[in-house]
Write a protein that binds this ligand. Structure first.
Ligand code: HEM
Ligand code: HEM
Length: 299
């Protein structure tokens, strides 16, 4: 997708956008107004009209997008959207004559820059995250991962029931507190509790000599190696087998939950910019209206 819309028709819209910027820069350089260049000259109005028109056209994508039926239509619009959107940085700056101050005109400009910046994050995110998502899922979809976690949970509860005691308590608490996703901040920042990992360490502490093992610093693989060697030392082979199975299920669940939460984070980071891009677009259109009314009012 990334390649196909940015490189569309041998960079057709990039060429158009560059040609438009070069033409505007040439007019700006050749233009010789009485005062310093500003939005109120004939060129200023022309560039202002162009900037405002492009903004409205770009915002129209939100409406048009929902009416498209073919993916090829989306690609053409998106390609034009990206390159014309970037050209606003040049055309909008020339329009203002670089006259910035603490007023609604500069606010309109700042909002425009913020929409463009959030759009740039968007294309980077769309280029980066799909491959990460595929790699992390390792051939499974998120429903498949979730289903396996639920299956493991029910196996864990049955097994912990048979073992009883502290282990049963630890495992059922861990199953109850398993959390996939969270608030939008947790999702974007990737902050999650590792309940399966905690349970693994506790089961380990309860069934072995905890003084031999530092659960805070050990990695899951070290944990598994240590556990395996400890379990082999148990006198009761049936209990040893149950614990071996329990730890291997906990380790598998730890891996699956980690991947599921990472999947949530990848998808959140891929979409989060739209929560800026769209509201900032609305704010930009409102500020643009106020800007145009203000300049005509004081004219
Ligand atoms: C997103 C689009 C636009 C942005 C970001 C923008 C931004 C700006 C900025 C930063 C200035 C300089 C303000 C100053 O001199 O203190 C300016 C001036 C001006 N703009 Fe725009 N503008 C946009 C669209 C328009 C449109 C559509 C029109 C009208 C057709 C327009 C008309 C003017 C005029 C007449 C001035 C000169 C005001 C003066 O010198 O006091 N602008 N604009
Ligand atoms: C002032 C300039 C811009 C405005 C007003 C604007 C506005 C919009 C709007 C309204 C949408 C539709 C969102 C939706 O309804 O889902 C959109 C989508 C998008 N914009 Fe912009 N945009 C601007 C500039 C840019 C720039 C410069 C880029 C990239 C460099 C960009 C990248 C995107 C992308 C990739 C989408 C597609 C999102 C999707 O389909 O999931 N935009 N933009």
């Amino acid at each position: 997708m990334f390649d196909s819309y940015l490189k569309l028709d041998n960079f057709r819209f990039l060429k158009w956008a560059v040609a438009l910027c070069v033409a505007c820069i040439a007019l700006y350089v050749l233009h010789d107004p009485i005062d310093a260049p500003n939005g109120g000259t004939w060129l200023g109005y022309t560039l202002g009209g162009l900037t405002g028109g492009i903004c409205i056209w770009l915002a129209w994508l939100g409406v048009r997008k929902r009416q498209f039926h073919a993916a090829s239509q989306v690609r053409v619009w998106l390609s034009a959207h990206v390159y014309l959107g970037l050209s606003l940085l040049v055309i909008g700056s020339l329009h203002s004559g670089f006259q910035f101050a603490w007023n609604v005109h500069t606010l309109t400009y700042v909002l425009m820059v913020l929409v463009v910046v959030s759009g740039v994050y968007g294309i980077v995110a769309y280029a980066r995250y799909p491959a990460k998502i595929t790699r992390n899922r390792r051939g499974m979809d998120s429903e498949g991962l979730l289903r396996e976690v639920l299956d493991i949970d029910s196996d864990l509860l049955k097994l912990a029931d048979n073992i009883g005691g502290q282990t049963q308590e630890v495992v059922s608490r861990s199953v109850q507190h398993t959390r996939i996703g969270g608030t939008w901040r947790d999702q974007v920042l990737g902050r999650y509790d590792d309940t399966a990992g905690d349970a693994l360490s506790q089961v380990l502490d309860d069934s072995t000599d905890a003084s031999d093992y530092d659960s805070q610093t050990s990695k899951p693989n070290d944990t598994m190696m240590f556990m395996a060697s400890s379990v082999l030392k148990l006198d009761d082979p049936k209990r040893g087998e149950q614990l071996r199975r329990l730890t291997s299920l906990l380790a598998r669940k730890q891996d699956l939950v980690l991947r599921l939460n990472r999947d949530v984070t990848h998808r959140a980071r891929m979409r989060v910019w739209l929560f800026f891009h769209i509201p900032l677009t609305v704010a930009l259109l409102a500020a643009l209206l106020v800007h145009v009314i203000a300049v005509f009012f004081y004219w």
